[in-house]
Design a protein around this ligand. Structure first.
Ligand code: GAL
Length: 310
């Protein structure tokens, strides 16, 4: 069995991997893939049934980034309507980071109602990467909206990069050392550009951010931006995709960028809005060409990681 980009991938038991809108964390020579478990039917919602009730956040582990072992739900939906994690809520795009100060794993997620009007961040903590995580708080970072987001580490500091102001503007908000809160220092970038699903990485001293437009589950053209500094304006440059359907991000939405052995890879969710549980995955290599006008390239290939990690 071999997983192919664009398909739903299978774990080491041959079961569908349920880790959408996710991320991969490396910790002590193991990789952990966290994501939304959508193994349920689409239900009626403010978004015309384009929703699965909250089930939980899955975790899969792997030593080689190819064979994934299910570790269970690290955060679970509640059946109690008075619980903030009641199953009618929306819990999306989980990102887990490790604080070397508290030696705790911290899980951030986008928390919402099915009408997407709460626009808050949830924070949960655990002593181990496989959970379970205990809810710490649900709040608006710096009293701002936070919908799609990522967490980016730069020289021992962590930043929440979140779509805000009704998805008009991206914010970069510094996190406290325990990684459970914001410090109050933040900046706005890509002002009024309506970008979401940010994936950030640093290469050759430059900060790159790949984002999507705001068309919900429907694919659109990705754009990348770059900047010499995290907190100075980021310039939108171009669509980094090349190949068939490059204007539709290969029928997906970029999600999370990470480095393995100095190479940058980016995860894609191939959303199936009317049957979300079968949404597929891709992991594509990112080519950094140099400080030219257009310096990033992401080509379509069916092989996860472009076949590079054999
Ligand atoms: C997308 C977003 C997804 C989900 C979806 C709901 O724009 O990236 O995470 O929130 O909208 O329509």
């Amino acid at each position: 069995m071999k997983n192919k980009n664009g398909d739903i991938w299978l774990d080491d038991q041959g079961k569908k991997i349920q880790a959408h809108g996710g991320m991969i964390l490396k910790h002590e020579n193991m990789y952990y893939w966290y994501g939304e478990n959508k193994e349920g039917p689409n239900v009626k919602s403010a978004t015309d049934g384009r929703k699965v009730d909250f089930i939980g956040i899955s975790c899969y582990s792997s030593s080689n980034l190819r064979d994934w072992h299910y570790e269970g739900l690290v955060l679970e939906a509640s059946n109690d309507p008075s619980n903030p994690l009641y199953r009618d809520k929306v819990v999306e795009r989980p990102k887990v980071v490790y604080s070397k100060w508290t030696k705790e794993f911290v899980l951030w997620f986008h928390y919402d109602h099915d009408d997407y009007w709460i626009a808050a961040s949830g924070v949960a903590t655990s002593k181990t990467p496989t959970g379970s995580f205990e809810l710490n708080k649900i709040f608006k970072p710096n009293r701002k909206d936070s919908r799609d987001f990522t967490i980016f580490e730069d020289e021992d500091k962590f930043y929440l990069v979140h779509s805000s102001d009704f998805n008009k503007t991206m914010y970069i908000s510094e996190l406290t050392d325990d990684l459970t809160d914001v410090t109050g220092l933040y900046t706005k970038i890509l002002v009024d550009q309506e970008r979401e699903a940010p994936a950030v990485f640093k290469k050759n001293g430059m900060y790159f951010m790949v984002t999507s437009g705001t068309t919900g589950w429907e694919p659109n053209a990705a754009l990348y931006s770059r900047s010499n500094h995290l907190f100075t304006p980021h310039k939108l440059i171009d669509n980094p995709c090349e190949g068939q359907d490059y204007r539709y991000t290969f029928h997906g939405q970029f999600n999370y960028a990470f480095e393995v052995k100095g190479n940058v890879y980016i995860m894609i969710d191939h959303w199936k809005p009317d049957n979300l549980r079968d949404s597929g995955y891709s992991i594509l290599p990112v080519e950094i060409i140099g400080k030219k006008k257009r310096d990033l390239r992401i080509k379509w290939t069916e092989e996860p990681f472009g076949g590079e990690l054999v």
